[in-house]
Ligand binder design. Structure first.
Ligand SMILES: Cc1cc2nc3c(=O)[nH]c(=O)nc-3n(C[C@H](O)[C@H](O)[C@H](O)COP(=O)(O)O)c2cc1C
Length: 397
């Protein structure tokens, strides 16, 4: 598998599929129930066409973008993805390193295998953390303290997981999901194991790690001393999901974290307005990549309504379904300040480790650059609805 041969994200997707056993690939790929949300997420972008403007000097194109007071080299970052050791050992740290080298933000998942502190050592300026709240407020406060002490630029609270989604691929593959919790423990049934054995690269890493469920690194300090990865998983399942979480908890977190506070998973304009009221700096408009509510709209489709409701009082980040540089430009035209993606960089990690993640990022950077040139847009600040073709031709200017 030669990562250099990948020319688009779909190539990395195919390479990841080849390297991973079904149980691991399905975990990345899957949505839930009928997986209609997955399809909605990508087709939302395909509804739009960019209207090119020519005879504009595009000899220099600048895709840098500032968010929460920091300028990044590109208008996208890496969304939080849990259980990454299932696809590639130390993938969390690879994502952090690749983000640092490309100068884009990396959001560490609340279900990461590695710790906040380890990623902060690698990427101190590019590292954000995503919290899955626990029932125990002291754990939440301590995780926020750790993120603050590590100097992280933003703290992201995921709110679209009050209960676990019915991820049917994982159920069929035999993942254990204790008490309807969000995190799913890996257990290889004989038939699944037989298929996994046909993926020697993956199985060697799995055995080297000692098999079983990956460690939930950030939660280890709160579990009983000396707990194994399986025991930490069981401990976390006993405090998750925290489905009594409310806006009051956000108010508490607001007081505890000194820098940017972002809520991930907000889809309704009313919730976006509430986020302003409780002092959030931004929201990540997201349907969790189609993994939580199969009937949810695409995040791109709700974006204009949210932008109209909040004006410029809230920074709007967006993920779910982005597979091309042009998708990012479309989201920016529709009112996003910044974009994120989950699966594309995971495909890179699974297919080729650190070089694979870097490849995924490079693909997006190059595609953004080319499309900016093609549509006559030397700087992202110029993007807006006028760059989108309106199906009602009379509305085009
Ligand atoms: C394998 C995987 C694990 C994920 N884990 C988390 C997580 O731990 N926390 C979270 O807030 N979102 C998680 N997500 C959702 C992503 O943050 C993001 O919202 C989603 O992947 C965006 O859609 P995309 O994959 O189409 O880019 C996960 C997504 C995937 C694919």
């Amino acid at each position: 598998m030669n990562i250099n041969k990948a020319i688009n994200i779909e190539d990395l997707h195919r390479m990841a599929k080849r390297r991973l056993p079904k149980i691991a690939f399905d975990f990345i790929e899957g949505g839930l129930e009928d997986e209609r949300g997955l399809e909605r997420n990508t087709s939302a972008f395909h509804k739009y066409q960019l209207l090119p403007r020519y005879l504009v000097d595009v000899s220099r194109r600048d895709q840098s973008k500032a968010v929460f007071g920091q300028t990044f080299s590109s208008p996208f970052g890496i969304s939080p993805t849990g259980g990454t050791s299932l696809f590639r050992d130390h993938a969390d740290l690879m994502l952090a390193e690749a983000a640092r080298d490309a100068n884009i933000p990396y959001i560490m998942s609340g279900a990461s295998s590695e710790t906040i502190e380890a990623a902060a050592r690698i990427a101190p300026k590019n590292h954000w953390y995503q919290l899955y709240s626990a029932r125990d407020p002291q754990i939440n406060a301590d995780l926020i303290r750790r993120a603050a002490d590590a100097g992280l630029g933003a703290f992201v609270l995921t709110v679209d997981t009050p209960v676990g989604g019915k991820r049917e691929r994982n159920i069929r593959n035999g993942f254990a999901n204790i008490r309807g919790g969000l995190f799913q423990a890996l257990s290889l049934k004989p038939s699944i194991l037989a298929e996994a054995l046909t993926h020697p690269g993956w199985i060697l890493e799995y055995l080297k790690r000692g098999g079983g469920t990956p460690m939930l690194g950030n939660w280890q300090p709160y579990a009983p001393a000396g707990a194994s990865a399986e025991q930490v998983y069981k401990f976390v399942s006993s405090v998750r999901p925290f489905n009594a979480q409310t806006w009051r908890d956000v108010e508490t977190y607001r007081k505890l974290f000194p820098r940017a506070l972002v809520i991930k998973g907000i889809m309704s304009p009313a919730d976006a307005l509430r986020a302003i009221d409780v002092g959030c700096d931004g929201i990540l408009v997201s349907n969790h990549g189609g993994r939580q509510l199969d009937q949810a709209p695409a995040s791109l489709d709700v974006l204009p309504a949210i932008r109209a409701a909040v004006g410029d009082r809230l920074t709007l980040l967006l993920d779910s379904g982005i597979r091309r540089g042009a998708d990012i430009l479309i989201a920016l035209c529709l009112g996003a300040d910044f974009c994120f993606m989950g699966r594309p960089t995971l495909y890179g990690a699974a297919a080729g480790g650190l070089p694979g993640v870097k490849k995924a990022i490079d693909i997006f950077v190059n595609e953004i650059d080319l499309v900016m040139g093609q549509i006559g847009c030397p700087s992202l600040s110029e993007l807006g609805p006028d760059f989108l073709w309106q199906p009602d031709w009379q509305r085009n200017r």
